[in-house]
Design a protein around this ligand. Structure first.
Ligand code: KIV
Length: 273
């Protein structure tokens, strides 16, 4: 094998080996420039299907297509060097059969160069996860709140807030683990359940709205930067870029209208004769 770069990218087995160790930092990105920033600080960059809401203004992730994911996955790979890049399989591209899932995952990995796929679902996706994992496709599973199921769930509600609901989510986490997932996202579940899942499964749990008890955390970048108009309770805003961008655009518009931009320093002089 020829070596292409001095920097070695993290792999799914590297992340799998971090169970119980230093917390795993995961952040979404959909563009080359934000991927380069995330790459400096994060272990995993997730090209999430949340891009449907963030980039395209959709109401849910349901309409997201393979083409949307491939374009952004490719951009994130070009922008990053070190992080493992995991890409979501969009709704409708993998649920019908394990063969459909394999064809979609193979296409997405070939066309983007990403290192792993993520898919939603617990026990019902276990056979698919096993099929993919045994055929060279690392899978990050996703249990708890699964946003692609919004049309049957009715709303984005936290899961496992009553002990009676725990068994089903535990069975999901155990099933994806047993099927060969290298890690599992746990979304919007009560802290005691997240703790129990993290203790019970031997693969890293990546929490989003699931407390610090998990082995790692993931957030949507635009949510934590203060760019999203509405965010769930579990999002902490680490930045407030919205007002900064608003001001920059307002300043630009004012200067264009006043003809003070471009100034002499932004203009190409004629070549000296
Ligand atoms: O699409 C996404 O951004 C995700 C995270 C919320 C885990 O799946």
């Amino acid at each position: 094998m020829s070596v292409q770069s001095d920097i070695r990218r993290l792999t799914a087995p590297d992340i799998r080996a971090r169970k119980g160790g230093e917390p795993i930092v995961v952040l979404t990105s959909y563009h080359a420039h934000t991927a380069a920033l995330a790459d400096k600080h994060c272990d995993v960059i997730l090209v999430g299907d949340s891009l449907g809401m963030v980039m395209h203004g959709l109401e849910s992730t349901v309409p997201v297509t393979i083409e949307m994911m491939v374009l952004q996955g490719h951009a994130v790979m070009r922008g990053s060097k070190r992080a493992l890049v995991v890409i979501d399989l969009p709704f409708g591209s993998y649920e019908a059969s394990k063969e459909q899932a394999f064809m979609t995952a193979a296409q997405v990995l070939k066309q983007t160069g990403c290192g792993a796929v993520k898919l939603e679902g617990g026990r019902r996706m276990a056979d698919t996860i096993r099929f993919l994992s045994e055929r060279g496709i690392p899978v990050m599973a996703h249990v708890g709140l699964t946003p692609q199921a919004i049309n049957v769930l009715g709303s984005f509600r936290a899961q496992g807030r009553e002990e009676a609901d725990w068994a089903a989510i535990e069975d999901d986490a155990l099933a994806v683990t047993e099927a060969g997932a290298f890690s599992v996202v746990i979304e919007a579940v009560a802290e005691p359940l997240a703790r129990k899942l993290t203790e019970r499964v031997p693969i890293p749990t990546i929490g989003i709205g699931a407390s610090a008890a998990c082995d790692g955390q993931v957030l949507v970048m635009e949510d934590m930067l203060g760019l999203s108009p509405r965010v769930p309770k579990f999002v902490k805003r680490y930045g407030d870029l919205g007002p900064g961008i608003d001001k920059a655009i307002a300043d630009y518009a004012r200067e264009v209208r006043a003809r003070t931009f471009p100034g002499p320093e932004h203009v190409y002089p004629m070549k000296k004769k």
